[in-house]
Design a protein around this ligand. Structure first.
Ligand code: SF4
Length: 296
């Protein structure tokens, strides 16, 4: 359903780091919508909005949010699918209403970024889109194929590097446990390789939480996927952090994560590794099960 000029069209999701941001929906749903672990947009068929609808929402934003906020997040799942001309027009209108904006961000699929020309990406960046939230999940090609991410590790590297070259803040998302027990080692090794190759501004970590009726939940029920234990999940993260040679802010900024982490690499690496070892020791000493991990 698209918005009417009189009803503000809120996006259903935003990253936790955008909790204080104004939200502006420029598309509906996910144009890919196939990842096995994700059902966020399954009930929102992908649809474009007209420029008139988007501008009408921008005009409503001061009434919806007031005029003090200076961050905006563009929903839904892959705004970069829009043409550069369309995004530049949206951004120009947004900045005309909010001239003091300091940050405008969006989700983006790495493959979409990869396919866009550098000139188009630079035009979008210069018009004021400042940060891209890009899902890597895993750097293992075997895992990416299994979860139907729709991109290879090298394609995600290319997309991430291109986003940086165009001047965006690059925020990459990693999903602990997405290889299951079967592919946990491949997941760790591949993820280290991709993160080191991109050296993103932000690395944001989540822990796989199977959603009922998702493909992963079905695979678990059928015995085709073994959920990692809390202990293995923290060991995955420990090994990933240990293998990183990046200049990134590294955050466990999601309720699914077991050990709270927020640090800068490489400066805080030793401290983060200590915290992860503490979590590992706790799991070993207390026989922590999957349902207990939130209470660590
Ligand atoms: S993870 Fe991202 S690309 Fe994959 S289905 Fe979900 S929203 Fe779409």
């Amino acid at each position: 359903m698209v918005s009417s000029p009189h009803t503000f069209d809120f996006p259903p999701y935003r990253p936790p780091s955008e909790a204080q941001s104004m939200l502006l929906r420029v598309t509906h749903g996910c144009p890919w919508n196939k990842c096995a672990f994700c059902s966020m947009y399954r009930k929102y068929p992908f649809a474009r909005k007209t420029m008139a609808e988007i501008k009408a929402d921008i005009d409503l934003m001061p009434a919806v949010y007031g005029t003090h906020a200076n961050h905006v997040f563009l929903g839904d799942s892959n705004s970069l699918l829009l043409s550069a001309d369309a995004l530049v027009e949206i951004l120009k209108h947004l900045y005309s209403v909010f001239p003091g904006l300091k940050r405008v961000t969006s989700y983006a699929r790495a493959k979409t970024v990869m396919k866009k020309s550098l000139d188009d990406l630079k035009a979008i960046r210069e018009a004021g889109l400042t940060r891209l939230h890009i899902g890597l999940e895993s750097g293992s090609d075997a895992v990416l194929k299994k979860i139907r991410k729709g991109a290879t590790a090298d394609e995600i590297i290319t997309g991430g590097l291109k986003s940086k070259e165009a001047g965006f803040d690059c925020s990459i998302y990693v999903l602990l446990g997405i290889g299951g027990m079967e592919q946990t080692i491949d997941h760790r090794q591949g993820t280290i390789r991709v993160l080191n190759a991109i050296d993103p501004h932000f690395i944001r970590v989540r822990t796989l939480t199977p959603i009922p009726k998702s493909d992963i939940a079905k695979w678990i029920a059928e015995g085709r996927f073994t959920l990692v234990t809390p202990l293995v999940s923290i060991e995955e993260e420990r090994d990933i952090v240990a293998g990183l040679e990046v200049n990134s802010r590294f955050l466990n900024d999601h309720a699914s994560n077991i050990v709270p982490l927020d640090g800068k690499l490489p400066e805080d690496k030793d401290h983060m590794l200590q915290l992860l070892e503490q979590g590992i020791n706790y799991c070993r000493n207390h026989d922590v099960g999957y349902s207990d991990y939130r209470y660590l």
